[in-house]
Design a protein around this ligand. Sequence first.
Ligand code: UT7
Length: 360
Amino acid sequence: MEKINAVITGVGGYVPNYILDNEEMSTIVDTSDEWIMERIGVKTRHILKPEQGSGTSYMMTRAVKQLLEKTQVDPDSIEAVIVATTTPDYHFPSTASLVIGNLDLKNAFGFDMEAACAGFLYAMEVGAGMITSGRHKRIIVCGGDHMSSMTNYQDRNTCPIFGDGAACVMMEGTTEEVGLIDSYLRVDGKGYDPLHMAAGGSANMPSHETVDQRLHFVYQEGRTVFKHAVTNMSNAVETIAKRHNLTKDDIAWVVPHQANVRIESAVARRIGVEEEHVMINIDHMANTSGGTLPLCLWEYEPQLKKGDKIIFTAFGAGFTWGASYMIWGYDGAAEAAKSPAEFYKEGAISREEWYAKRNK
Ligand code: UT7
């Protein structure tokens, strides 16, 4: 039997229309555009306001709907939906089940996966395994987070970093030499102290006290996390590149988790890849946790060509991290034209108008 590879055959995305810029952020906490741009690299972030919609499933449903429209596949042919998120709508039922229900995907099963900011990397690996085993032909892998639902807007150390958004990819089987080739994934279980949400789970149940103590928000010791992120993401990329004899000239794109533009630059420098080969959208997307990698694909789709060698890398709470090597499976320009990214890229219309068009 011929070897089956798991290849991405389409990308969909969604970001909410409300844009929170650094000027407005400076009215919420004691900060400035200069500090945020210099230390993080975020100018604006998208926020899902309650009056627009609620929950990660609101964004994820729209991303998957766009993916189905772009790829024109029969929704009944979707066999599974995997959702990587740290902000599920509820403890249960899963966000995947809500998305499947909203879009009436009659033949799909689905589940959520939680690996914080590395979630999408892990979900792609799990999804690819389902395809390469031969048991499934077509699935959807999603990543996204409603970060504003657990961001403490009284903590200037964390609140400028995060934004809301979701994106997804279609994964199918192919006998061509394209698709997800290999992954190097790790968890060390040592990251609780510097990065966690202390309450709301079974270890520290919600109570008046946990709410009063503001324990239902992201807690992060930035400097510690920063150091681990740079070291582990760089090492993971180096490891996967070495395994496949990839030099920096072979790599068309590095897709890093969008945690901090200084982290992305440090990883690029460590592996010697020029910044024009590194996907960066943190300036207008911020850190959407599980959403950062697929949102990069969504925005850079017009520039992707069949055969491009891509390395993804991410790092998150746990600590969780890793890198994946993929050979891209289609020319993105025609596909992306179905949702007008070019309006935004060419600056012909404002970013707000562009998102409104893409979100349809
Ligand atoms: O996605 C999961 C993984 N997460 C990450 O990878 C995030 C990693 N960490 C980071 O991105 C950075 O550490 C932060 C952006 C969180 C912070 O940047 P930093 O350069 O590490 O700043 P710092 O925490 O060392 O703080 C430097 C100074 C402090 O003042 P003092 O003590 O030196 O007087 C902070 O109080 O900057 C101050 N500061 C701010 N000033 C203005 C912290 N936040 C702000 C702010 N505006 N928003």
